[in-house]
Structures are given as C-alpha cells and as structure tokens.
Write a new protein. Structure first.
Length: 414
C-alpha cells in the first residue's frame, strides 16, 4: 500500500505537466475519460454494490441513495465530463492588462493552482467531477473519499488512469489515497509544500475539522441550512410546489431546504395546505414547528437546535415570522450562507430580500435546488463555497484557477 506522503510526492512531480497541457490535449483526455467510465461500468457498478452492502445498517437510507450508482448515474457522470471538455479553457486567460507611464507592460493572467486535495464522503460522482474539473483547470487531484465509498471511487480513478495511459499522459494526474483511516485526512490537512488547496465536501463535522485543523489553504464548502421565506404576497400553489421540490427532490444534498419561514398574515391559511402537501407524498416530511405554528397544525415541537441543523433528511423546521425584514434577520442569525429563497408576488419585498440576504445564492420564486454548477451553466462543480474569499457559490473551472502577473519591460529600474 502506498502511503499518503508517497502519493503526494507523485502528485507534486506531476504539477508542472498538468499546468502545461494544451487545451486540445486536455479535451482529448476528458473525452477519453468519459469513454473509459462507460467501458469500465461493470467493474465500477460491482465495486459500488460491495460498498452498498458494507454500508447497509451503518448509514441512513438517504445516504445510501447518495452512495448508489447505476447505469444512468454513470452515463450522467460521463456526460458531465464531456461537458467540461466543451467549456472554454480557464488557464492562460488575460484578466487585465495595462501599460504604465514608465513603459512597463503588465498582464494579469489566470494560472493553475497546483495540487488540489479533496476530502469527501459518500458520493462517488464527486470522484469523476473533481478529476475532470481539476484536469481542465491545469491542476493535479488527490482524492480522499470516505471509507464507505472507497471501492467505488478507486474503480472510477482506475478507469480515469486507464484513459490517461492510452493518451500517453501520466496516470498521476489522478490520485486517490489508499489509507481510509482518519490519518490520511489529517495528513492532507497538514501537507504544507505538497497540497496547494484543500477542499472538503461533506457534512458539517468534516468541513469544521478541515477549516479548524488544516495548515494548507482550505475552502469552506457545502453545509447548507437553506431557507425558504413564504411572504404574505406569495402565490400559494407556486409556494407549495417550490417547497416540495426544495425539500423532497433530494434531501441529502446541501441545496435542499431545511427551514421554512411563514409570514404571519398567511400562516393560518397556508400551513394546513403545506402540511397536506408534504405529508401526502412518497416520503412524508416531518415538520418541526415553532410554538405559534404548532398552535395551527399538528407536528413535532421544534427543539432548541432545529433552526441551526442541516437535517439532510425528510425533516423541515417551520417558523412563523412577521414580514420580510424579520425573515432576513432570522436568516442572518441561522443561515450558513448557502442558498435562500423568497416566494412572493410583491416586487418590493423580493428586492428587499435579494439585497439584504448575504448568502452565496439568493432566489426569488425559485427552488434552492438550483444552486448547482450544471444548473448555473458551469458544467459539473467542485462544490458550493459558502465563504467569500477566492470563491463563492458553485465552484466551476474559473474558481479552480489563481492568477499571476507578467511584467515586460526594456531595462527599467526603480
């Protein structure tokens, strides 16, 4: 078994190669990677089946769905890689240029970051998405999946490496840690001189550990306490449809709604409709109600932490508030800065919400489930950044680049 340090050394040695690949070479490899995923589908699905069997009884049904692969999901992964190939190359773009009075010609250009490590949990598709995005942006990836998804991720990386070898490129463009214990995660967090950027993708505990303990640069992603505010001027049918989609279409992802705020003037008429809609579906939703809401409909009394919890399950916290201003104030106290939406036909209320909510994605009459690189036209994504420096929101190709200055002169001295 290779140690994590050995893998990092190989990745660092590949960094210059990755940064220097031409657009044509990268696109050819991306298309070969997509083909290889399909060619290796039998092995990938077999390894995924083994992961699922081992995880049963240890993780929730919702998380098992997140772990599961199928022919369709593999085809979607391959299509996402091909879409990355179609996108413009983010490396080498001239971001700005100027000529100074002393004759210096200064260009600011986009460049690769280098070796990017990703620590993630039970989503095998992250393996292919990350590899594709990092290749196109001139970076080398080091992947550290959760142990529950390791067999699936390793089979995917093997398929990607096969594609690289067939294109006469180093297979160490794509790397996966072999140690599935916490030690490998800690080694990546402390890999100063080897890892140029660390990106955690997973639950609040994983992200907090990386942000608090990492000695290498780290981007905070993922945790999504996403809010829906139903304003007094909302179209009820539109609101119900958006809430149902935002909560139930895939509750295990970070852009699923966790909190619904109801404007007081409509609470008595809207809450019974909400209860009927969310209890009548294939997966009934448990409503965690504040005291005022519990006086209108039946449900579970909201606990002390329910408005600060990313449930990732069929659970929705509900609170009655008084108007758009109080809604924005609640969001400011409880949100993780991911995605929030107002449902209203009042343009003034909508604009107040859009202007005053400080999250990466702020919506009007739209489900929060749209916070996604593909839906934003970025192709697949590396994650959703909830911080403000370097990257914010869905992280596509441009977010995986840094920049440098090129200064050309003719003997100037200062």
């Amino acid at each position: 078994m290779k140690t994590t340090v050995d893998i990092l050394k190989e990745a660092r040695m590949t960094k210059a190669c990755a940064a220097g690949l031409s657009t044509e070479t990268k696109n050819a490899l991306l298309n070969a990677m997509a083909d290889s995923l399909i060619d290796c589908s039998d092995r990938i699905l077999s390894e995924n089946k083994a992961d699922l069997e081992a995880a049963k009884g240890k993780i929730t049904e919702v998380m098992l769905d997140r772990l599961a692969l199928s022919e369709k999901r593999l085809n979607d992964m391959a299509d996402a890689i091909r879409e990355v190939a179609v996108h413009p190359d983010p490396v080498g773009r001239i971001l700005s240029e100027t000529e100074r009075p002393n004759g210096l010609r200064i260009q600011k250009i986009s460049v690769a970051i280098g070796v990017v490590a990703i620590i993630y949990e039970s989503r095998p598709n992250v393996t292919a998405d990350a590899a594709a995005l990092l290749l196109k942006s001139g970076n080398v990836c080091v992947l550290r999946p959760g142990k529950e998804a390791w067999r699936s991720a390793k089979a995917i990386v093997d398929a990607l490496r096969d594609a690289a070898k067939k294109q006469n490129l180093p297979e160490t463009l794509f790397n996966i840690t072999e140690d599935t214990t916490r030690k490998s995660a800690q080694e990546l967090m402390g890999a100063v001189g080897y890892v140029d950027l660390l990106i955690p993708r997973g639950g609040a505990g994983l992200i907090a550990a990386c942000v608090e303990d990492a000695k290498v640069p780290c981007i905070e992603t993922g945790t999504g306490i996403c809010h829906l505010y139903i304003d007094r001027a909302a179209d009820f049918e539109k609101a119900l449809s958006i809430i149902e989609n935002a909560k139930t279409s895939r509750p295990s992802v970070c852009n699923a709604a966790e909190v619904c705020l109801i404007d007081r003037p409509i609470a008595k008429s809207f809450l019974p409709l909400l209860q009927k809609r969310l209890l009548s579906g294939k997966h009934p939703v448990e409503l965690r109600l504040d005291t005022e809401a519990a006086g209108i409909i039946d449900g579970t009394p909201a606990g002390e932490n329910d408005f600060d919890t990313e449930f990732l399950d069929y659970i929705l916290a509900v609170r009655i508030i008084d108007g758009v201003k109080e809604a924005t104030e609640h969001i400011a106290r409880h949100s993780t800065g991911h995605s929030e939406s107002i449902i209203t036909e009042d343009p003034l209320a909508a604009e107040y919400f859009l202007k005053n909510v400080d999250s990466a994605a702020v919506y009007h009459n739209v489900s929060t489930r749209f916070t996604d690189g593909g839906e934003f036209g970025l192709g697949c994504e590396m994650g959703i950044s909830t911080q403000k420096l370097h990257a914010r929101g869905p992280m596509g190709l441009e977010a995986l680049c840094s920049y440098k200055y090129l200064i050309r002169g003719n003997g100037q001295i200062r």
